[in-house]
Design a protein around this ligand. Structure first.
Ligand code: 6PG
Length: 246
């Protein structure tokens, strides 16, 4: 499928979907010279992809030492916390690959001053990542998941970050979680060279079908907010794709 929602790649099972997602990441990180930048997704889904990328075939295939690592969003917890997206990515991907600490840019969502911390993270991204259109940094790859409520990163329905049009990083309260989150906003996500939604499991089938329907409203389903970008690829397993019309 192509068109306004971008490309759709469906793996027959989770393992094949992981392979498809890994290929998308390799495509984004190889080819032209120079440093690369990636924003990692959190949650539970991507861990299997991250572990896959540390296998020998991938270790040799990508110049990992040229990549700067960011996060699309983070919970308001310290880096060692079990819920930390930073901790999950370090354990499953960055530490096994031996990534140098100066290439790892943790999103400081546990700061006492979240507004200042969000602004500082935005400055770091602007410092490291070259600007694309309209002076917005253009990340080489943004990896995203979706929640069953249609959120992506920490852009949850009804949160202030969904409508943010200027700042690239915000911290906002997520009422349904009763917690604060820090997240990339659409101006930054839309400037990425490649956005890969990696979604698996039958529990996501309904929301994937709703997000990918032409009538999807980003105000209700934030993950639909990236559909105008030709840079978007959806990588699904058959279970997550099972409600899509043929
Ligand atoms: C987070 C993620 C979030 C995640 C979705 C899906 O911090 O939770 O960044 O956007 O991608 O909630 O989470 P699962 O992969 O656990 O279903």
């Amino acid at each position: 499928m192509s068109g306004e929602k971008g490309r759709l790649l469906i793996g027959r099972d989770p393992a094949e979907a992981v392979g498809l997602a890994a290929e998308c990441l390799a495509e984004a990180l190889t080819g032209r010279q120079g440093r690369r930048s990636v924003a990692l997704a959190g949650g539970s889904t991507p861990a299997v992809l991250y572990r896959h990328l540390t296998e020998p075939a991938w270790r040799e295939r990508i110049a990992w030492d040229r990549v700067d690592w960011f996060w699309g969003d983070e919970r308001a917890v310290p880096p060692e916390h079990a819920d930390s997206n930073y901790r999950m990515a370090c354990e499953t991907l960055l530490a096994p690959l031996g990534i140098a600490s100066d290439h790892i840019h943790r999103m400081p969502a546990d700061s006492d001053d979240l507004s200042a911390a969000a602004a500082a993270y935005e400055r770091k991204i602007r410092e490291v990542v070259s600007a694309g259109r309209e002076g917005v940094p253009s990340l080489d790859l943004v990896l995203l998941g979706v929640g069953t409520d249609g959120h992506t990163a920490s852009l949850f329905p009804g949160t202030s970050g969904v409508t943010e049009a200027c700042r690239l990083i915000v911290a906002h309260e997520v009422p349904k979680l009763g917690a604060w989150r820090m997240t990339m906003t659409f101006p930054l996500l839309r400037a990425a060279r490649r956005v890969v939604f990696f979604v698996t499991g039958a529990d996501k089938a309904e929301i994937v079908a709703r997000i990918l329907s032409p009538a999807a409203d980003p105000g209700i389903l934030p993950a639909a907010g990236l559909r105008q970008s030709g840079a978007v690829v959806w990588v699904l397993d058959a279970a997550a794709a099972s409600r899509l019309s043929r």
